[in-house]
Design a protein around this ligand. Sequence first.
Ligand code: KIV
Length: 288
Amino acid sequence: MNSAEQPAPYGTGSTASAAPVTPLQRKVRIPHLQQAKDEGRRFAMLTAYDQYAAQIFDEAGIEVLLIGDSAANNVYGYESTLPVTVDELLPLCRAVSRASHHALVVADLPFGSYEASPAQAVMTAVRFLKEGLVAAVKVEGTHRHAPHVRAMVEAGIPVMAHIGFTPQSEHALGGYRVQGRGDSGQAIIDDAVALAEAGSFAVLMEMVPASVAAAVDAAVHVPTIGIGAGNATTGQVLVWQDMAGLRGGRVAKFVKQYAQLREILSEAARSYGDEVRSGVFPGEEHSF
Ligand code: KIV
């Protein structure tokens, strides 16, 4: 096979293109994300917290799956991401990792599991790779967490940095609000540079002005990923229940719903309930 016949590292796209690249042909590795940035291609990332979602997204060609600490809200029913623990996330990580054959699987280090010291960060991240079977971890932070990132990277653990609005700091930041507006934009760029220099393989930005995200993308060599950060980043991420319209209530401005799963599931449950109550289900075809 000559080089022209080699399969693309992942997907089928080899040049800058908006064409869908499904299904993935090979396992997505961290260098493939860097290659995407270097070649002007984009990639998609979604959260996943269980086997079936992971399988479906993996088969759909989503390049990166995140077991986000947003499992706190989307699986465990907490009000914020703060209460979720390492022990609550690890079983979800194992389910997603076992169901993903192509996507790069990344897990969030939850609040309280890494901030105390670089050593604590390494010990927690090791658990995620060893017990959660993930390929990389994500940590929320600022330039102040560069030592934590460096320690994990030196221990052989790939780290994605999460800057801008960091939900674990919701109280410190005064609530859910766009970060980096006006003069504070430079601080976001400085955080990104510090965390990339510390060895992060990607920088994820949440709720920052598109112009600041574009400046970050230009300032760091590693791929950037946006959620509410405009269109200039290498990748985009959404919480899957938001993307598929499963979650009820107010939809954030940065969310696009690609389906209305809540309505579909609700209708299915109503029909099932009605048919059980009326004796239509189970029919003969469902009986032995
Ligand atoms: O936990 C999470 O869902 C996240 C988002 C950036 C997707 O960190």
